[in-house]
Design a protein around this ligand. Sequence first.
Ligand SMILES: C[S@@+](CC[C@H](N)C(=O)[O-])C[C@H]1O[C@@H](n2cnc3c(N)ncnc32)[C@H](O)[C@@H]1O
Length: 273
Amino acid sequence: MPRPASPARPLFAEVVDLLRASGCVFAEEEAQLLLSEAAGSEELAAWIDRRVSGEPLECIVGWAGFSGLRIAIDPGVFVPRRRTELVVSEAVALLREDLAVGGRPGIVVDLCCGSGAVGVAVASQVPVRELHAADIDSAAVQCARRNLAAVAGQVHQGDLYAALPSRLRGQVQLIVVNAPYVPTDVLPTMPLEARIHEPRSSLDGGPDGLDLHRRIIGDAPTWLDLTGRLVIETSERQAAGTAAIMGAAGLSAQIVYSEELDGTVVVGAPRLK
Ligand SMILES: C[S@@+](CC[C@H](N)C(=O)[O-])C[C@H]1O[C@@H](n2cnc3c(N)ncnc32)[C@H](O)[C@@H]1O
């Protein structure tokens, strides 16, 4: 690392300069965080090296802020994005509506859970009877286990619903999902930080980005209870596609967009026959 440890300059300014020179857009905020979290000058230097080489800040300090919580993040685990807080707020609103009309806390599933941020945030805001989270990646599963311990949730490893205990079939009140939805040919245009430090399997959604959505939505009706709901993140551009997949699976679909979070979700519910 270039270390211009000029005694005349405050450390903060030096760290900001190094981060800015490497292309960090929020160099001041990042410098502040690195300085406040590092245990000493050796760790600080190592962290600056890692950040300058493009590793996400959250993997370096070991946590991400999400829905007002500190979520533990391990290297190689997808860093939860602010736009995904829309999945949480929609899910919490639906669960509160159910409770308001006399419903009991039910079973919530966070599919493609990564760090488990979405499930933890939901269960922190509204009572749930059981929280289950699942991911195919072992690093994500280990990380999610640490995070879900705070809300007594269970984490399973495997391919989508195959990871879940079969007793949950037809019993789930709410499925929350932020699955990969980046079209394969868009991956090379993504920021270096995501391309190099987040596994491709956490981003790649296939040719139109909706491969995982087809599988998740297609099987959702067999896991949801009669009044269950599915809240799935998508992009503004892909929302109509995600909603059409819901229609084909016999679910009603409502597209919700938040300008503040720059997030889009589709909320699905089984249609009454
Ligand atoms: C975009 S990341 C989102 C993680 C987390 N939901 C969040 O919002 O922070 C997608 C996650 O889906 C997982 N994943 C990809 N394919 C999967 C599959 N077939 N079954 C289960 N999980 C999968 C990845 O390992 C990754 O953790």
